[in-house]
Design a protein around this ligand. Sequence first.
Ligand code: NAD
Length: 484
Amino acid sequence: MSDPEFEEGRLFIGGQWREAAKGGRTDVIDPSTGQVAGTVAAADETDVDAAVTAAREAFDHGPWSTTSPRERSRVLNKIADLMRENAGELTRLESLDVGKPVALCGPVDVRTAIEHYEFYAGLAQTLDGATRATPMNAFAYTRREPVGVVAAITPFNFPLILSSTKLAPALAAGNTVVHKPADDTPLSALFMAKLFQAAGVPDGVVNVVTGTGPVAGEALLRHPGIDKVAFTGSTAVGRHAAAVAGEALKPVTMELGGNAAHIVFEDADVEKAIGAIIKGFVFNTGQFCMAGPRLLVARPLHDTIVGILAEAVPGVPVGDPRDPATVVGPMAADRHLKKVEEYVALARQEGGRVVCDGERLDLNGGYYYEPTVIAGLPDDSRAVREEIFGPVLTVQPFDSEDEAIALANGIRYGLAAGVQTGDVARAHRVAARLQAGIVWVNDWAMLDPAVPFGGVKDSGFGRESGPEALASYTRTKSVVVSLG
Ligand code: NAD
């Protein structure tokens, strides 16, 4: 689908492609080479105001917000069909922007995003109200109405999936949206704008403003025309966004940082556990909010597991994301690579023993870091407790189920957790005690549009995916009709 305006990286506002009012542009870097791959418009307050005005107009005057859920469902299915037809281009753009290996980007990122549109196309048709029996001489019922104009602010690491987890339920419920993708990975959001238009989404219902967080993001967050903020990103920015939205009494969902514990009990199937452990920390080059970078191993198995990881992890293919054999691509940006280098240096100072690798990989000028395993760190070390957000695994032993749970729950994050055990009773018992929005047993990263995910504690609040997400984009109105 060739389109000069899309290719020129313009803003998508009110169904039109336009340059930023003040002509600002920002570079898009290919992380596999460090070279500039193109530029996109950098929106400021004026552009954000135009986008919110277009979304407000489209919401207040319809027809999207007032059309039947069945009609919206038809359009969402059409979006999914167009995504499937354009899966190759979506994969190419997402891989170019984020450095994702093409072998995983299509089957994981593109497929998961398509499935979100299909899932909410189905769920849209379940939107209904309820009648309520009361002692009043009245007929009382509820309506589920869209919230209004949604500000969707998304992070760099899963641009396509994390926009679909917001836009699909928001659109299914009849809202209009202003989407602010991450500063440095905006390409798939712009391409999706083309697909929305081709699928028949009316002008103004979806608007895409590219630009920086402190300028475009902040303007969107503070705009009085916004009715809800759906934010995914770091805990620090999320805390700020929640405070701004709270001051204005706007509802928010906050999908924030994570640093999940992956617990291996002595009764685990070691071979299966190793596969899940490696997937849990190398997937998306560790730039995965739901990664499992904190490995906790029952002491009798600790040295065995560390030994197997030391052998197996260096065999994971790292390289050019366009090579179909690649499993681990580059970090998405130079600053992410530097952060990983700093944390590995810190881990060494904190007494950690680097079991394998611990170095950047010099390849084509890209931002590569070899998957790294670090043992021997004390529990209070920063490399264990903070979110490194790269392909780095720390390993600690434990002596009892209670200690494993205390270690897992002992940090401020609470997004995901994992348990490897052959004991069914233990699996359920431990899952219930873990402070996390999702717990995987005997695998890692099993995600589906039907299964809600989200955080507790510093990982945020609210849920994406599942019927829970659709509900969060609606408001209940009660209507009471006197029968007197
Ligand atoms: P980030 O917080 O730096 O940026 C996220 C988004 O917020 C970007 O679009 C950015 O431009 C915008 N932003 C920045 N400053 C802003 C401001 N002042 N006002 C409004 N918007 C602003 O996060 P990131 O580095 O892009 O993403 C990585 C983080 O996201 C990690 O902490 C990761 O754990 C988290 N994350 C969480 C989930 C989840 O589901 N919980 C999923 C993916 C990533």
